[in-house]
Structure formats: C-alpha cells, structure tokens
Design a protein around this ligand. Structure first.
Ligand code: NAD
Ligand code: UD1
Length: 335
C-alpha cells in the first residue's frame, strides 16, 4: 500500500508515518513545512528504519499535487495538513478558511481524477461545539465556536456530501480529543514555535526552565478541583488509530465519524502533578482567569472506535508525561 500523508511532517502526522512505515507501507509525505521542520522526515526514517518519500508543496497547489498522483499509484490518503491554532483562527479567519478548505477541496478533486477513493481525515472534538452533553457520541449535532472549529465542521460536511454521490468512496472522520506526549525514542514530539497555546507543551517548557511558570486558566470551574477536565491521549495511540481507520476504509464506504479518545478525563492540576511525580521535576504554576471559549469538561465515548475500528488507547497519563519530557530533553541536548 502506498499512502499519501498530507501534513506528514507535523506532530500527529510524523508519528503516524512511523507506524505506517513499520507496518510495511510506502509513505509519501506532502508538507509545506509551514508548521514543522525539514529534519522531521529523517527522524521518522531513523525510528522506522525506512525512508518516506518527501514532497515539499502546498496541498492547495493543484499542479504539484497532480504530479504526486501521476508519478505513482496512491492507495489511500491521510489528510493532516491544516492550520490548527484556535486563538489565531479568530484573529486571521480568512487564512484558516482558505488553507483548510482549499487543501481539502484540491485533494478531493485530485483523488477523484485518479480514482483514489479512501481518505482518513483529521477532525477534532471541537466539532461537538459548546452545547452537547458529555461524554460526546458520534451521532450528536456538530457546531463550532471558532473559525478553526468551523473548518472541521465544514470539511466533515463536504465529505458527507461527496460520499452521498460517490458510493465507492470511503471517508473516515477521526475526531481527536487531546493528543499529548511524544515518541518514546525522544526523536519526535510537539515543539511549537513561540509561546505554546496548549497545555502540555507549556508544562514542558516551564519544567525545562524556559518559561517561568504555568498559568492555569481558571480555578473556579464546577469540576472536582476547579480546573478544566480533558480527555488526553498519547500521540502514538492516536497514530495507531489511523492504521485502524485505513483497515476500516478497505471494507466500508461512506463518511463515518469516530471519536479517538480514552473516555477518561484529567484535570489541569492532575496533569501537572502527574508530570512532576513521573519526571521528578517542578512545574511552578499560578491560578489565573478563565480562557475565552474553554469548556469546563469534555471527554469521548470511545465505544464506536473500539467496536468498529478495533482501536483503544493503551498508554497512560504517566506515559504521556514521561515521553513529553524525554522529547524536550533530547531536543535540548541536540541544541
Ligand atoms: P501540525 O501543525 O503539527 O501539523 C500539520 C502539518 O500540516 C504541518 O507539518 C504543516 O506544515 C502542514 N501544513 C499546513 N498547511 C499546509 C498546506 N497548505 N500544505 C502543506 N502542508 C501544510 O498539527 P498536528 O497537531 O499534527 O495536527 C494535524 C491535524 O490534526 C490538523 O488538521 C489539526 O487540525 C488536527 N487536530 C489536531 C489536534 C491536536 O491537538 N494537535 C486536535 C484535533 C485535530
Ligand atoms: C484546544 C482547542 C481544540 C484543539 C486542541 C488541540 C480550544 C477551545 N480548543 O483544546 O479545538 O483541538 O486545543 O490543539 O481552544 N490550559 C491552561 N494553561 C495553559 C494552556 C492550557 O490552564 O497555558 C488549560 C486550558 O484551559 C484547558 C486545558 O489546559 O483547560 C487544555 O488546554 P489545551 O491544551 O489548549 O487544549 P483544549 O483547550 O482542550
């Protein structure tokens, strides 16, 4: 099988490329490196013992994408490429709509020209919007509270509309909860540029002394310790979910959504304490005000992924904390 992985140099894409290569797939990465570094494919190869093919291009560039499909038979596509910062999407919405929708439409048109009919799409738990009850179940209505979230809702709809008139097409919509952690080798992980927006990269930088303290966004939520609860899952478990989705696409058609989460919820303070205990480091924090748009609690009902994709998250919060810390230490020792 030859799998095109758009955004394959990014955080989740790179871990997924490792799993694909280790399973014996040929991997073609299409990435413009707008949010990843050019040394990632070599790191993937070091872990997997096999090189991915790398095509530096914008996935919205129809001619560049056409060349990939013309050069080889692509059996299936995993589509990670997209912009993902919720706050930034509120500041520059057009860039988010343009990038996330254009990449998807260009990809679908190119796949159609070449008879490629299997797509796994990176969706998000954010499509459950602010009103659904927890735990989230796939049949619930979707909505969003940010332009980023709306791009995911819209792309899911585009894929449902496309599948409705293309009965041989399979679109697996994977709704990720909160992926954290890193590859146990220390070679791949989440290393955003600038000051991180998300919790784990922030914790890691504080522990490493690169930022003075963590601000916990809100200590007065109606939760067991007053801080927000989330369904954190290890990025390697998440990567493996994509291989299960590809298997599913071999025998199913239509657009089908699956939650990829553990079904458990962990508070901000619980994550901080686990990180400190597992790694023997200190993470100073202060309790600050709530962040706009945050929900007190959400987590997955992961039953559909378990029953139909035959996927369950296996790694613990301790694994996530240990691997995230190992990754940043490896990064710092290389610098
Ligand atoms: P990432 O930013 O690390 O990876 C995305 C990759 O896509 C990057 O390598 C970037 O350079 C590339 N890219 C972006 N626009 C491109 C374009 N036009 N052409 C070619 N390459 C392009 O993000 P990630 O965390 O790995 O997320 C991957 C996908 O999963 C995204 O679609 C994201 O919205 C979705 N998702 C992520 C999370 C999360 O917590 N990380 C949660 C839910 C959904
Ligand atoms: C956010 C996005 C979600 C996206 C996900 C991964 C929102 C509303 N949702 O999820 O769409 O899929 O990122 O990119 O933005 N926190 C702190 N201090 C910090 C950072 C975070 O206390 O410095 C808290 C947050 O308030 C939240 C929790 O940690 O309660 C997790 O935050 P984060 O990692 O940003 O993920 P989400 O907000 O759940």
């Amino acid at each position: 099988m030859t799998i095109l992985v758009t955004g394959g140099a990014g955080y989740i894409g790179s871990h997924t490329c490792v799993e694909l290569l280790q399973k014996g797939c040929e991997v073609v990465i299409a990435d413009n490196f707008s949010n990843s570094s050019r040394d990632v494919p070599a790191r993937i190869a070091r872990i997997a013992g096999k090189q991915p093919q790398v095509c530096e291009l914008d996935v919205a560039d129809c001619q560049a994408l056409e060349q990939i499909f013309a050069a080889q038979h692509i059996d299936a596509v995993i589509h990670f490429a997209g912009l993902k910062a919720v706050g930034e999407s509120c500041q520059i919405p057009l860039r988010y709509y343009r990038n996330n929708l254009d990449t998807t439409l260009t990809l679908l048109e190119t796949m159609e020209r070449h008879g490629c009919a299997k797509l796994v799409f990176s969706s998000s738990a954010t499509v459950y919007g602010p009103k659904n009850e927890i735990p989230y179940v796939e049949g619930m209505d979707t909505s969003a509270t940010s332009p980023y979230g709306w791009t995911k809702v819209m792309i899911e709809q585009i894929l449902r509309d496309y599948c409705a008139v293309n009965p041989d097409f399979s679109a697996v919509l994977l709704r990720y909860f909160n992926p954290i952690g890193a590859h146990e080798s220390g070679l791949l992980g989440d290393d955003p540029n600038g000051i991180p927006n998300n919790l784990m990269p922030y914790i890691v930088r504080v522990a490493a002394g690169r930022l003075p303290n963590l601000t916990v966004f809100g200590g007065d939520y109606p939760t067991r310790d007053g801080t927000c609860l989330r369904d954190y899952l290890h990025v390697v478990d998440l990567a493996k979910g994509h291989l299960c989705a590809l298997d599913y696409a071999q025998t199913h058609t239509g657009a089908e959504a699956f939650n990829l989460g553990t079904g458990d919820s962990v508070s901000v303070l619980e994550l901080v304490r686990s990180f400190q205990r597992v790694n023997g480091v200190s993470v100073p924090y202060v309790i600050g005000g709530r962040r706009d748009g945050d929900l007190a609690e959400f987590y997955a009902n992961p039953a559909r992924a378990r029953d139909e994709l035959h996927w369950t998250a296996e790694k613990s919060v301790d694994d996530m904390c240990r691997d995230a810390w190992h990754f940043i230490q490896t990064r710092l020792s290389e610098a």
